[in-house]
Design a binder for this molecule. Structure first.
Ligand code: PSU
Ligand code: MN
Length: 307
């Protein structure tokens, strides 16, 4: 049986392809963070600033998303602008990529889809804000992000500030263990809670430098282990969201989500938006600070991997 090609190939920008081929540092960036995670117009500023930040470090940014059906590694500033301003753009996880390709859709890619595309393009480091994980009530709702299973078979380094406390952090850490996904703290053994410095859970290992992280990454590759390594980078204590206030907002966010019957891929954007509104936008500033710090650290790790 023969089959015609669908042409659903991954499109890699010339700049990213040349940097990967030349062994120069590249950091992948996701797009759901700016299509669904942050409100307009701040989303576009944050997306473009992340790229500039990396360039300032001598690192090539590779913002990843789906443009007119094409999974694209290294979106142009014009493409980023158009996705950031498009209210109808889709949130695309890994399972959605074939549908998006065949239907010529436009979308922001989640951590799962972005990690898959980055690794396919030969990129070794990916910076994001917070990872998806296990939602509260998952024992009955089965709501666990596809980020988890995808990262279990995608050998890349992912820099994040942990998972947001909107999630069940304890259950998420257990799933990392089951899925052979190591978690390494950056200068801490307290797992960060995205908006807050410390989620209240300990992790076993910490590194003090990007070089140490690069050594772990090389060892993983030498062993041909397929899973991602998570580098957990906490927000500075003086920049975190007040923890007690966050707990109160979260309780209200969950109650509202349940009342409104929110489920599936809408859950994470709903909760983030609720927190932003309930905090009069203060959570947004924390979100942006966290992301900037992860982007810079990802740049350092990418550089360390090329040395
Ligand atoms: N964390 C953020 N902002 C986001 C997300 C996570 O700080 O926008 C996005 C990421 O793209 C992540 C996705 O992969 O939410 C997880 O969605 P879900 O829970 O539906 O898998
Ligand atoms: Mn989900």
């Amino acid at each position: 049986m023969s089959s015609a090609s669908t042409g659903a190939a991954i499109r890699i920008s010339g700049e990213v392809a040349a940097a990967v081929a030349g062994g120069r540092p590249v950091v992948a960036l996701e797009s759901t963070i700016f299509t669904h995670g942050l409100p307009r117009p701040r989303n576009l500023e944050v997306a473009l600033e992340a790229e500039e930040r990396l360039r300032g470090q001598g690192v090539v940014p590779a913002t990843i998303g789906v443009f007119a059906g094409a999974p694209t590694v290294g979106l142009s500033p014009k493409q980023i602008t158009s996705l950031a301003n498009d209210g109808a753009v889709k949130k695309l996880s890994l399972r959605d990529l074939p549908l998006a390709a065949a239907l010529q859709l436009y979308g922001g890619t989640t951590v799962a889809a972005t990690a898959f595309l980055a690794h396919s393009a030969g990129i070794r480091v990916f910076s994001t804000g917070g990872l998806g994980g296990v939602h509260h009530g998952a024992a009955t709702s089965f709501d666990e992000s596809a980020d988890l299973t995808t990262l279990s078979r995608t050998p890349i380094v992912v820099v994040s500030a942990g998972v947001k406390s909107v999630l069940d952090v304890a259950a998420t850490l257990e799933r990392f263990e089951t899925l052979n996904i190591p978690v390494v703290g950056y200068r801490t053994r307290k797992y960060p809670g995205f908006y807050v410095t410390d989620s209240g859970f300990e992790i076993e290992y910490a590194v003090n430098s990007a070089d140490e992280m690069a050594a772990i990454c090389r060892a993983r590759d030498d062993l041909h282990i397929e899973s991602a390594i998570l580098l957990a980078n906490p927000i500075a204590e003086d920049k975190q969201f007040p923890p007690a206030e966050l707990d109160d907002i979260l309780a209200r966010a969950w109650a509202q989500a349940e009342k409104d019957g929110i489920n599936g891929k809408s859950t994470t954007p709903f909760l983030l938006d609720f927190i932003r509104r309930a905090s009069n936008g203060r959570s947004l500033n924390v979100n942006v600070d966290v992301y900037r710090s992860n982007v810079s650290l990802g740049g350092e790790v990418a550089i360390a991997l090329t040395c």
